[in-house]
Design a binder for this molecule. Structure first.
Ligand code: GRG
Length: 316
């Protein structure tokens, strides 16, 4: 795991390597980027006829959320020497895709949830028919938006990003992970391998594409793309482990969605397989491994290092 020149701190009995990001104000960085993303999303989707569908799409798209996927895309594009303008349409598309997956995930046919991001879920407000269509419309608009709004990016890089987005949402990505998740619900004896498969596809794939697409848009080399992929795969898994932990340890107010749902739905989770303490340790190790991948970039990668740490310290 992480050794090298990272200072060590104690968590429980084991020393854990920590990156030097102490002077970096992550909260301000995230706030500033979130504000830019929120503005871009707001202007990406005006309400036209038929108003109902645009209102339903905007209801979930502008309902808040950490905007982690767009921020990762903007940060890696910046790290690789690209501009905000090059990455913003893809950043918006990533959030449209993420939001559509939340709308469909919350439907009665899937996780059947009433609250998301501290508000009633889309189908609770607009009905199941419109919620399904709002998800579909956000998904197709995401692709239209990247293809029509991206500027100053080499065409082959743009096509690469669009192809990766397609792979990420389909049966080899989010849909595949969701299917295995649904099939595993209530079953005894789910293995760590199956759980990893579910989360690499359901959660990790979009986080990885967020990181990698920012790099590709900026014209990064294959070596950098592979290095950033490894960073993303590690934070992707850590993100899901922490999500499982928070489902147990946080309240509905903190999460903005129903807490304790995994137990209610008899879902296998990392804490159910490993226990809480081991899950926390595994998440921290993955984050350390992610940060190791950034060593060659030095201080320029401070935001990505701080985001990796944020994955394990976040409260929602
Ligand atoms: C993509 C075609 C297509 C269909 C969707 C429903 C489904 C298939 C997949 C489920 C994907 C899903 C809901 C994964 C969970 C990911 C996750 C951990 C979400 C929470 O992300 P945060 O914490 O949420 O970043 P905010 O609200 O901050 O954006």
């Amino acid at each position: 795991m992480v050794e090298g020149n990272l200072p060590m701190v104690m968590t429980g009995k084991n020393p854990v390597a920590q990156p030097e990001t102490s002077n970096f104000d992550l909260a301000s960085y995230l706030n500033e980027k979130k504000h830019l993303v929120d503005e871009a999303l707001d202007s990406s989707l005006p309400i036209i006829r038929p108003e109902t569908i645009y209102e339903a799409m905007r209801y979930s798209l502008l309902a808040g959320g950490k905007r982690l996927r767009p921020i990762l895309c903007l940060s890696t594009c910046d790290l690789m020497g690209g501009t905000l303008e090059m990455a913003m349409p893809t950043a918006c598309a990533l959030e449209m895709i993420h939001t559509m997956s939340l709308i469909h995930d919350d439907l009665p046919a899937m996780d059947n949830d009433d609250y998301r991001r501290g508000k009633l879920t889309n189908h609770k407000v607009y009905g199941e028919d419109i919620a399904i269509l709002a998800g579909d419309a956000l998904l197709s608009y995401a692709f239209e938006y990247v293809a029509t709004q991206t500027r100053n990016v080499a065409l082959e890089n743009l096509v690469d990003v669009i192809a990766r987005l397609g792979r990420t949402v389909g049966a080899s990505g989010l849909v595949g992970g969701q299917v295995l998740d649904l099939e595993s619900e209530g079953k005894e004896g789910i293995t760590v391998d199956t759980l990893k498969f579910i989360h690499i596809h359901k959660t990790g794939a979009l986080l990885e594409t967020s990181v990698v697409s920012g790099a590709i848009l900026a014209g990064a080399t294959l070596e950098d793309i592979q290095r950033l992929s490894r960073y993303a795969q590690n934070i992707g898994l850590a993100f899901q482990i922490v999500d499982d932990i928070l489902d147990i340890t946080s309240t509905q107010e903190e999460l903005g969605k129903t807490a304790g749902k995994d137990l209610r739905d008899k879902k296998a989770t990392y804490p159910s397989l490993w226990g809480l303490e081991e899950s926390k340790k595994q998440a921290q190790q993955l984050v350390n491994e992610a940060i190791t991948q950034l060593i060659p970039y030095g201080d320029k990668a401070t935001p990505l290092k701080a985001i990796a740490n944020f994955i394990v310290t976040r409260k929602n």
